[in-house]
Design a protein around this ligand. Structure first.
Ligand code: NDP
Length: 435
């Protein structure tokens, strides 16, 4: 706390892990007295750099770029790049710390990292995006590599940005290698990677519901966000027979009482991914829906909630509203969308609650599968990747049960995910000595 007091998001993420992992350490001699958690909270390396680029009016812009290389005990650093004006060291350290546990849970050999910039992609032309990505990579390239650190996308970084980043890395290194994941299908990308985080989140929710003899079918589902994760979470809910009622962006949420079906979702994908418009424009084509400005969708009555936008978007009051409205399952697609108080309310009510580090791990897991395919110089089919993704989500769910089931039979998925993620990384760190 003394060292990181000025980094609230990072402290929040560490506290959540410490609360469940410290009692476990105390009970297990192999971890006790080794300062293992203290070692895990300090990034192995934090790189911060200047990114200068020229905008369309000829003006020179300056942004700050980062890469947090958090932990490489079980594999090369792996984690996304975020381009958003709120990006700072605290946010990236929280994301990198979470990533270490998440990647450990996937069963694949990946360490944890995260990076990005305070660059705001909103309203920028394609050329400006390209110039920024090239400038960003002209420094980042010396710190990453297919066996060192393999970045991917996150908020504000999709296939377009990965393409520009990859192009510059390839030029500077003169090698075509799987240094980034989330690549386009014709140049090393994996099928199902775009869908993986959203699909994986719904597979995880389905696994949780199964423990109660229930399924997604027929459930009303509230989704926040309208980016990559939200779009594909909504798609999978629709495929499994659930009814998606909402989507949102930073300006507010849309509520479609009739349900957002496949055609409407296709419209949203076009609106968000191609036209780069606002979610409120949904009403121009579907006037029966409502747009609620400046609010999050948690006030809409639902069975299942999938927060898929950003950190700290679901507060204690929202949790209480969801519970009062009969919500039985919350599965996080975003990273740390629920505040500590909101999670405590879900646990108190003993509903099914999955933290992002477990339920959104399908994205990075499929990135791991993309790395494997790149190394093999081979391409698996859609079905092969999707089946592997399903198996991984089922394995993560099982690990959460193994480490998170309380004496009364309630599964605390936060505790389960934290301890299961911790054990694998801690064992590797102990085996490798004090480095
Ligand atoms: P996108 O950039 O594709 O979409 C982000 C969505 O969240 C947009 O609808 C955006 O609205 C909204 N949003 C972003 N910031 C805010 C904010 N401060 N307040 C309200 N809404 C906001 O990102 P992704 O879908 O990829 O990521 C969403 C979340 O999922 C993040 O937490 C990310 O870390 C996490 N995640 C993503 C993975 C992936 O594979 N993509 C993997 C694992 C986790 P607007 O357009 O108005 O900004």
């Amino acid at each position: 706390k003394e060292r990181n007091g000025h980094e609230p998001e990072f402290l929040q993420a560490v506290e959540e892990v410490a609360e469940t992992v410290i009692p476990y350490i105390v009970k297990h001699d192999i971890y006790y007295g080794k300062n293992i958690l203290l070692r895990m909270v300090e990034p192995e390396r934090l790189i911060s750099f200047r990114v200068c680029w020229v905008d369309d009016s000829g003006e020179i812009q300056v942004n700050r770029g980062y890469r947090v290389q958090m932990n490489s005990a079980i594999g090369p650093y792996k984690g996304g790049l975020r381009f958003h004006p709120t990006v700072n060291a605290s946010i990236l350290k929280f994301l990198a710390f979470e990533q270490v546990f998440k990647n450990s849970l996937t069963t694949l050999p990946m360490g944890g990292g995260k990076g990005g910039s305070d660059f705001d992609p909103k309203g920028k032309s394609d050329n400006e995006i390209m110039r920024f990505c090239h400038a960003f990579m002209s420094e980042l390239f010396r710190h990453i590599g297919p066996n060192t650190d393999i970045p991917a996308g996150d908020i504000g970084v999709g296939t377009r940005e990965i393409g520009f980043l990859f192009g510059m890395y390839k030029k500077l290194n003169n090698e075509f290698t799987g240094v980034l994941t989330g690549k386009g299908m014709s140049w090393g990308g994996s099928l199902i990677r775009p869908e993986a985080t959203g699909y994986g989140n719904v597979y995880f929710a389905q696994k949780m519901l199964e423990t109660k003899g229930d399924t997604i079918e027929g459930k009303s589902v509230v989704v926040s966000g309208s980016g990559n994760v939200a779009q594909y979470a909504a798609e999978k809910v629709i495929q499994l027979g659930g009814k998606v009622l909402t989507l949102s962006d930073s300006s507010g949420y849309i509520y479609d009482e009739e349900g957002i079906d496949t055609d409407k979702l296709k419209f949203v994908m076009e609106l968000k991914n191609v036209k780069r418009g606002r979610i409120s424009e949904y009403l121009e084509t579907y006037p029966n829906a409502k747009f609620v400005k400046g609010k999050t969708p948690w006030e809409v009555k639902c069975d299942v909630a999938l927060p898929c936008a950003t950190q700290n978007e679901l507060h204690e009051e929202d949790a209480k509203t969801l519970l009062n409205n009969g919500c039985i399952c919350v599965s996080e697609g975003a990273n740390m969308p629920s505040t500590k108080e909101a999670i405590a309310a879900f646990h108190k009510a003993k509903i099914l609650f999955a933290p992002g580090k477990a339920s959104n791990a399908g994205g990075v897991a499929t990135s791991g599968l993309e790395m494997t395919q790149n190394s093999l110089r081979y391409k698996w089919t859609r079905e092969e990747v999707d089946n592997k993704l399903k198996d991984i989500m089922a394995d993560i769910h099982q690990s959460c049960i193994e480490y998170g089931k309380d004496e009364d039979g309630y599964v605390d998925y936060v505790k389960g995910a934290n301890i299961a993620g911790f054990v694998k990384v801690a064992d590797a760190m102990l085996a490798q000595g004090i480095v």
